[in-house]
Design a protein around this ligand. Sequence first.
Ligand code: 4FN
Length: 252
Amino acid sequence: MRFDILTLFPNMFASPLRESILGKAIEKGLIQIQTINIRDFTLDKHQVVDDPPYGGGQGMVMKVEPIARAVESVKSQNPSAWTIYLTPQGKPFNQDLARRLSTQPHFILLCGRYEGVDERVRDLFIDEEISIGDYVLTGGELAAMVLIDAVSRFIPGVLGSDRSAEEDSFFNSLLEYPQYTRPFDFRGSCVPEVLLSGNHSAISLWRRKEALRRTSLRRPDLLGKANLTEEDKKLLEEILQQNRREKAGNGI
Ligand code: 4FN
């Protein structure tokens, strides 16, 4: 899988994408990441990439011509590269979208700066607009890195050979269960006994219940998407009953 990143700040991408798992994936040739400086595609002496907006108003807008030439330079090598603009106006990024994108071999990722791009960039060059969340950023670069990280995990071989992005699919739609490692007793705070029991089915059941408990408490919206088994529904009922008892015990 190949990512061509169109940005005014190519140096931002150097370290974050070359450390750890993604760094290994690049070494193995599983992913290729190239940054393209939009400024290199200007034709004027001062290499101007921004201009004030028609109609007035605050800030600057990214000019269409340098972006057009940068996109076309990639497309001349591969006309079917999928071009994504990272923007707060895009469809919300999530794990389902990351999985769907992971079937594409080649992306062009356009990162905005200032007040964003001239609208004609969208009309003429963008296949899909994606947002990583509802907050104000200074640019689309960090959003592009989030997308690359989440999508690359789905490529076979990027995660260790003993691990795939879908392997944890039984748990993928839920928040994670609590994890512990040594020591058993840290300042009087101990590891739940079931995890030391060696009883694997009891451990699985405990983990499933804790994952369901956390999800129902912190992100009940995620339970709607999870395909819950009859066993899960029983566990959730136990959790709700437990919560009710605790409330009654505390309040009265
Ligand atoms: N952001 C909002 C409303 C209006 C503007 C912004 C904003 C960077 C070029 C876009 C932000 C968030 C998630 C790209 C935000 C993303 C960006 C993203 C992004 C500079 C113009 C800008 C209502 C969401 C708070 C700045 C809301 N995912 N403008 O952040 O690129 O990809």
